[in-house]
Design a protein around this ligand. Structure first.
Ligand code: AMP
Ligand code: MG
Length: 352
């Protein structure tokens, strides 16, 4: 336990997130969200077909002070009531992360409050705690995001076992790449979901369960099959229904996640399932997971859609986990562009 600060039962934590194109700040008290502010540069980024790091950094610099000010004001507190400041230090765009980290360090120093370094993916995993204040491990967690796809056995708030993960592309990455081939704008995932609603599952897709592969996944074959299908049609001058491609791809990419998550819960004899990451905002996945868990008698805790995509409440939520462990950061904290999943899930006990 860090001796520099005394901790309390239900602290007020300010969360700050700036890892990609969203500048976000949120105030939570224990697991209750008091405020949640977000400013996105996605509209500008979509003009370029993806996130331009320099544009993201500049947008964060413009927005951060206003977003934090609004979060504190809307929480109905004053700055002195904040017990800790939790900030995303990685993984993400280096320049973007540095805006949040520098701001949080200055803020923590000025207020003389502890600074908490939060791993962005751990934030996605902790979003479920905001949905159900009584939620306690053990549970099986589906992590489905732009950079990671994995099934975890969450044993305590800070101990995880990776049961399976993608061996190549992440599911969100596959959504983004397929969206591009279909001529959809950034961000790809939500646009595929929208288009898929108008389509039917009529386009042949590769088998996702070959050899069953334990709890591992592979998305590169599926992505390539969709790209080849579209290119072949175009080269032959044949027309094809993009909505059918979107629908067939979406169900193939997501059904496997649902099946393996439920199978893991049954095999591990764990009765609760949670999920986190941007792809969990997908309506098809949410319905399929809800139905499968209901059928198997499993309790499902799904964060609201807005807490699946990037937000600062989830950063404050993981901040609370670290706060309870006394894991406070020093002012030499710096941003990290990439962090492997194994390191992400490892909790280092600080300052014994
Ligand atoms: P994350 O990396 O967890 O922050 O989430 C970003 C990823 O989630 C991107 O790859 C998005 O395309 C994906 N995503 C966001 N919303 C949806 C959606 N509604 N359906 C599918 N993928 C989505
Ligand atoms: Mg994210």
């Amino acid at each position: 336990m860090d001796k520099r600060f005394t901790t309390k039962e239900n602290p007020i934590i300010l969360g700050i997130e700036s890892s990609c194109d969203e500048t976000a700040a949120s105030v939570v008290c224990g697991r209750k969200i008091l405020s949640d502010e977000i400013v996105s540069s996605a509209d500008i980024q979509s003009l370029y077909g993806g996130v331009v790091p320099e544009i993201a950094s500049r947008a964060h610099t413009d927005a951060i002070a206003k977003v934090v000010e609004r979060a504190v004001k809307n929480a109905g507190i004053d700055y002195s009531q904040i017990d800790a400041i939790a900030v995303t230090y990685g993984a993400g765009l280096l320049g973007a992360l540095l805006v949040g980290v520098s701001f949080a360090k200055a803020f923590a120093y000025a207020l003389n409050k502890p600074l908490i370094a939060v791993n962005h993916i751990r934030g996605h995993l902790a979003a479920a705690y905001l949905q159900d204040e009584t939620l306690k491990p053990p549970f099986i967690t589906l992590l489905a995001s732009g950079g990671h796809t994995a099934i975890l056995h969450t044993k305590t708030e800070s101990e995880f076992e990776i049961l399976g993960a993608t061996t190549d592309d992440a599911v969100g990455e596959a959504f983004d790449k397929v969206a591009r081939v279909l001529g959809l704008k950034y961000p790809g995932g939500p646009n595929i979901e929208r288009l898929a609603k108008e389509g039917k599952n009529t386009v042949p897709m590769p088998q996702m369960f070959k050899g069953n592969g334990g709890y591992n996944f592979s998305y590169s074959g599926l992505k390539t099959a969709v790209i080849n299908y579209c290119h072949t049609k175009e080269q032959k001058g044949e027309t094809y229904e993009k909505a059918d491609v979107a629908s067939s791809f979406q169900s193939t990419a997501l059904d496997v996640l649902v099946k393996k998550t439920v199978a893991a819960a049954k095999e591990r004899k764990v009765s609760t399932v949670t999920a986190g990451g941007g792809v969990v905002a997908n309506g098809y996945l949410r319905t399929a997971l809800t139905n499968a868990c209901e059928k198997e008698g499993l309790k499902l805790v799904l964060p609201e859609k807005r807490y699946c995509t990037d937000n600062a409440a989830m950063i404050a939520s993981e901040g609370l986990v670290q706060y309870k462990l006394g894991n406070f950061a020093d002012f030499d904290l710096t941003a990290k562009a990439s962090i492997p999943l194994s390191a992400t899930l490892k909790t280092v006990q600080n300052k014994a």
